[in-house]
Design a protein around this ligand. Structure first.
Ligand code: BES
Ligand code: ZN
Length: 456
């Protein structure tokens, strides 16, 4: 059978596939930091060359930010689009890495071989699973499995600012029967999954200005406002003792989970003690009237991602700083409106400020949650294909993270999107020592070959 031939080709080509991934991982394509602009372009060019070697017509297409990679290949009635992102998160704190984040390596661990390096899981390793499946298919059949459009973004980790204009300007070219996205995870170490819900995200940066200059905390302390104390107090008010977020109208648009989905999630028997235990915790901290899975997949959050000000260097300095800063983000669900929440959050902060202080705002963008329709027969076909590879049926799951494009396919191209990924919870995406299990890379590639065989 030809699928078997493709699968064995994937098995024998694994060392070469790994070398290709390591090459891509060596390019530090950090999208949020302007210092890495040329590296982002270099990663896009690397992918263009790789896609050309697979017979695609591929190009790196400029945007006001980092380039998009668009490639077309194959033929037939069925037209699939594949999306992934080649940009990665910043690596700091560098001191917590056991090795250079951009000098990737295959390492032996107690749980098996892992590919260690920034982007190994999010998302270079994942996007390469699809390209490797195409490569094996081409090697066996001489052609790609069907008409394919590959669409790789370089700004996903910085909020996808160029994406909507690009999709609008190239709608006819990007339109396909369905979009496949490889940027999510398995349900657990051995259970494949199709993700049907993603949370939205709103990012806000704030600076509280108090005195016109830094002051001696002996000369002025007690009388003059301390912006760090003001910031800490306001941010401390973000949630109440039950874990509910206190910003007015924050929960507008948050619906109760439909009973069918609640029942489906209950049947997944999620082990929350292990989930938190694996990261050294034991107490689910969110809304106390919700299950941990709801907290992660279907409830909104308000988080503080960074806070700074005053003197944080070695030793001690008795300073009353003039400013204090924080980066705050909100994960959004249901029909929560990012713009309304931004306005309400800002008004809520400003109402708590002393009259002689002010706050300066910087927006880091925002977008709502997305829920995927799963009635296209491609979903059931992919579920079966995943089941064949992993030995158990794929679960329909939610995801606490955000992938802006997932909802845009429906809105701007009237296409459904199917989210299938092979990451594991302990991949440490966005953190030091990010890894992707070799098994996930290998079985992920084999999974795509099986899915392509069903869909093409
Ligand atoms: N691949 C992640 C999304 C994800 C997170 C999937 C966790 C599975 C588990 C994606 O690249 C990501 O990190 N997105 C950002 C979006 C943001 C920067 C706009 C996120 O969720 O923080
Ligand atoms: Zn990602």
């Amino acid at each position: 059978m030809t699928l078997d031939a493709v699968l064995s080709r994937i098995d024998t080509d694994l060392p070469e596939a790994l070398d290709r991934l390591l090459e891509l991982l060596r390019i530090p394509s950090i999208s949020t930091d302007p210092a890495y602009k040329a590296d982002c372009a270099r990663a896009a060019d690397w992918l263009v060359e790789d896609l050309k070697s697979l017979g695609f017509e591929a190009a790196s297409r400029p945007t006001p930010g980092h380039p998009m990679v668009v490639a077309h290949g194959g033929s037939g009635d069925k037209h699939l689009l594949f999306y992934g992102h080649y940009d990665v998160q910043p690596v700091d704190p560098l001191t917590l890495w056991d090795r250079d984040p951009f000098d990737p390596q295959v390492q032996d661990t107690a749980k098996g071989k892992v590919i260690r390096g920034r982007g190994s899981s999010d998302d270079k390793g994942q996007l390469m699973t699809f390209l490797e499946a195409c490569r094996a298919w081409k090697a066996v059949h001489g052609t790609l499995p069907c008409k394919l459009t590959i669409f790789l973004e370089g700004e996903e980790e910085s909020g996808s600012p160029s994406l909507i204009p690009f999709m609008q300007a190239n709608a006819a070219e990007l339109k396909a029967d369905i979009a496949l996205i490889c940027d999510t995870g398995l349900f657990d170490d051995s259970t494949p999954a199709i993700t049907t819900m993603l949370r939205g995200l709103l990012g806000e940066e704030m600076t509280i200005h108090a005195a016109s200059k830094d002051l001696h905390s002996g000369s002025y302390g007690g009388a003059a406002a301390n912006p760090i104390k003001i910031l800490a107090k306001i941010l401390g008010n973000l949630s109440d003792a039950q874990g509910h977020i206190t910003i007015p109208h924050f929960y507008d648009g948050v619906a109760e989970l439909p009973d069918t989905i609640r029942a489906q999630w209950q049947s997944l028997s999620f082990d929350h003690a292990k989930f938190l235990g694996d990261v050294g915790l034991s107490i689910p901290i969110g809304e106390q009237d919700r299950t941990p899975l709801e907290m992660l997949w279907s409830r909104p959050t308000a988080e503080i991602n960074g806070i700074w000000g005053g003197y944080t260097g070695d030793g001690f300095k008795t300073v009353l700083p003039a400013q204090a800063h924080a980066k705050v983000s909100f994960r959004l669900v249901g029909d929560q409106d990012a713009d309304a929440i931004r306005d309400n959050f800002r008004a809520w902060v400003e109402a708590q400020l002393p009259a002689d202080c002010r706050v300066e705002w910087k927006s880091h963008g925002g977008g709502g949650a997305s829920v995927m329709a799963i009635d296209d027969p491609a979903f059931e076909a992919a579920r079966l294909a995943l089941g064949a590879e992993w030995g158990k049926p794929a679960a329909y799951i939610g995801c606490g993270g955000s992938i802006p494009i997932a909802g845009y396919f429906k809105t701007y191209l009237d296409m459904d999107a199917m989210l299938i990924g092979f990451g594991r919870d302990d991949d440490q995406i966005h953190s030091p020592n990010e890894k992707y299990d070799l098994e996930c890379f290998h079985k992920g590639t084999r999974s795509w070959a099986r899915i392509l065989a069903k869909l093409a």
